[in-house]
Design a protein around this ligand. Structure first.
Ligand SMILES: Cc1cc2nc3c(=O)[nH]c(=O)nc-3n(C[C@H](O)[C@H](O)[C@H](O)COP(=O)(O)OP(=O)(O)OC[C@H]3O[C@@H](n4cnc5c(N)ncnc54)[C@H](O)[C@@H]3O)c2cc1C
Length: 412
C-alpha cells in the first residue's frame, strides 16, 4: 500500500485545474487519476461547438498563464468562436501536459473510508491510503434515460452521451427527444450528416439564447454596462450572472430563491447559431412520449397527441440527473455517510462533504454553490476554494511532518 495526501479522481477541466492549484502547496503529495478530457472527446458529438463564450471557456490555473490565447500561441492554431469541441479538447490536453504532467491514466475502481483518510483502489489492484480525496468525475454516470426507453437496446435508443460521431446515422430516421442545447445541436448535426431527424420536446417553446434583448445588453450598451450585467463566467441572464458568479454570496439566499435562480440559469435553451441549421428539421413542441414499442428492427413512438412515429433510432437528449450514489467507484457505505439532498452532497467551505477530507467538485456541487459549478468557468471558484481549504487545514500537519523529514516548507 502506498500513501499520499490528496487523490484526485478525474482529469476533466475540474480535475486538472484542481491538481494545478493544489500543486502550489509545497510538500503536499497530490496524485491525479483519469483519462484527460475523455468526456469531451468520447461523449460529445464531433462537430459540436461550445455554448459558453470565450472567457467562460478558460480552465482556471493558479498563475493565469494557461489560457486559450496562450494555447493558440504555443500550438500555432487559431481558435474560432464559438469554440469548436475539437479545439477545446486540444486545449484541455495541452493544459494537462503543462500543469499536470504526472497524471496517471488509470481508473479508480473503489474508494472506501479507511480511517484515518480513505482507501483508494485502482483497476490494477494498487491500493493507496489517501488523507484526502477530491472527486471530479463529471456527469457521465448521471445520464438520464426516461423510463419509457428503459428496456430498449442501445441499438434502438441511446443517450446523446453515448455518441462521438452522429454521422453513423446517415440515411436513418432518428427521433431526438429533448429541447435543450444537446438535443438541438445533435438534431442539426444529424441533419447535416444526412439523417432524417425530428425533434420532440415537452416544452412549449424553445428558448434561444442571445436574443434581441441579450444582444442589446451585450454589445450595444457598451463594455461598462456589459461588465456590470454579465460576469465573465457566462452563467445566467443579465444581472443574475453577477450573483451566480459569486457562490459565497449566493449561499446567504434562502433555499427556495436559490433553487429558482438555479432553474432559471440552466433552463433548456439553444444557442442562436443553431436556428438556421435547424430550419429544415421538424420540431414538435409541447409533446410527451406515452408509449414505445419495438417493431422489427425499428422503434414506434406514440406521442400524447395520439400521433405516432416509426424511427430507426431514438436519441435521448434528456440531460443528466445528479446522484452521487451512481458513481460506481464510491463504496455504498461511504455514500451513506455523506449528507445528501436529492442525490447532491451538502458541501461546506472548500467543497468538502460532511465527511472530513472528502471533496466533490463539478455538477454535484451545484446544490451547495449554484449552477456555476457545472460549467468550465466554475473551475476558477472551485480550485481556489479547495486549495484555500486544504492549505489552511493541512499546513500545521504538513509542517509537523516536514519538521521531522526536511526543513523546507512553504505555501506559495
Ligand atoms: C453536450 C454537452 C455540452 C457541454 N457544453 C459546455 C460548454 O459549452 N461550456 C461549459 O462550461 N460546459 C459545458 N458542458 C458541461 C461540461 O460537462 C462540464 O463543464 C465539464 O465537463 C465539467 O468538467 P468535469 O471535470 O467536472 O467533468 P468531465 O469533463 O466529465 O471529466 C470527468 C473526468 O473524470 C474521469 N473519471 C470518471 N470516473 C473515473 C474513475 N473511476 N477513475 C478515474 N477517472 C475517472 C474521466 O475520465 C474524466 O477525465 C457541456 C456538457 C455536455 C454534456
Amino acid at each position: 500500500m502506498t500513501k499520499c495526501d490528496v487523490t484526485i479522481v478525474g482529469a476533466g477541466p475540474y480535475g486538472i485545474s484542481a491538481a494545478a492549484h493544489l500543486r502550489t502547496i509545497k510538500g503536499l503529495e497530490v496524485r491525479v487519476f483519469g483519462e484527460p478530457m475523455s468526456f469531451w472527446d468520447r461523449n460529445m458529438p464531433a462537430g459540436m461547438f461550445l455554448r459558453s463564450n470565450w472567457t467562460a471557456t478558460q480552465i482556471a490555473d493558479p498563475h493565469g498563464a494557461l489560457t486559450l490565447e496562450a494555447f493558440m500561441a504555443a500550438s500555432g492554431n487559431r481558435i474560432q468562436q464559438p469554440v469548436p469541441l475539437h479545439s477545446f479538447v486540444q486545449y484541455g490536453l495541452w493544459y494537462q501536459r503543462q500543469a499536470v504532467p504526472g497524471l496517471e491514466q488509470r481508473k479508480i475502481t473503489r474508494i472506501e473510508s479507511g480511517a484515518p483518510g480513505f482507501r483508494v483502489i485502482l483497476e490494477d489492484g494498487e491500493v493507496i491510503q489517501s488523507r484526502r480525496v477530491v472527486v471530479a468525475a463529471g456527469i457521465r454516470s448521471f445520464a438520464w434515460r426516461p423510463p419509457e426507453f428503459g428496456n430498449l437496446p442501445s441499438t434502438l435508443a441511446s443517450h446523446t452521451c453515448e455518441h462521438s460521431d452522429l454521422a453513423t446515422f446517415a440515411g436513418k430516421q432518428v427521433l431526438v427527444i429533448g429541447g435543450g442545447q444537446s438535443a438541438l445541436e445533435s438534431a442539426a448535426l444529424l441533419h447535416e450528416a444526412g439523417a432524417h431527424a425530428e425533434v420532440v420536446a415537452k416544452s412549449h417553446t424553445i428558448h434561444w439564447l442571445q436574443g434581441t434583448l441579450s444582444k442589446t445588453l451585450h454589445s450595444r450598451l457598451g463594455p461598462f454596462v456589459r461588465r456590470l450585467l454579465y460576469a465573465p463566467t457566462d452563467v445566467g441572464p443579465a444581472g443574475l450572472s453577477q450573483l451566480l458568479a459569486r457562490p459565497d454570496l449566493l449561499k446567504y439566499l434562502p433555499r427556495g430563491l436559490k433553487n429558482k435562480l438555479w432553474m432559471r440559469a440552466i433552463r433548456p435553451a439553444g444557442a442562436r447559431w443553431l436556428v438556421d441549421r435547424l430550419r429544415d428539421v421538424p420540431i414538435r413542441l409541447g409533446r410527451s412520449v406515452v408509449s414505445v414499442t419495438v417493431v422489427g428492427d425499428r422503434v414506434k413512438v406514440r406521442l400524447d397527441d395520439g400521433s405516432e412515429r416509426t424511427a430507426d433510432h431514438v436519441l435521448l437528449g434528456t440531460g443528466y440527473r445528479v446522484d452521487i450514489a451512481k458513481y460506481e467507484f464510491l463504496a455504498p457505505k461511504l455514500v451513506q455517510s455523506i449528507r445528501r439532498v436529492q442525490g447532491y452532497p451538502q458541501l461546506r467551505r472548500g467543497l468538502e462533504t460532511s465527511m472530513d477530507g472528502f471533496h466533490i467538485l463539478g455538477a454535484p456541487a451545484c446544490w451547495s454553490f449554484g449552477p456555476l459549478l457545472q460549467f468550465v468557468s466554475g473551475t476558477h471558484y472551485a480550485s481556489r476554494a479547495l486549495t484555500g481549504c486544504i492549505a489552511g487545514k493541512d499546513v500545521m500537519q504538513l509542517e509537523k511532518q516536514q519538521h521531522h523529514e526536511s526543513p523546507a516548507y512553504s505555501h506559495s
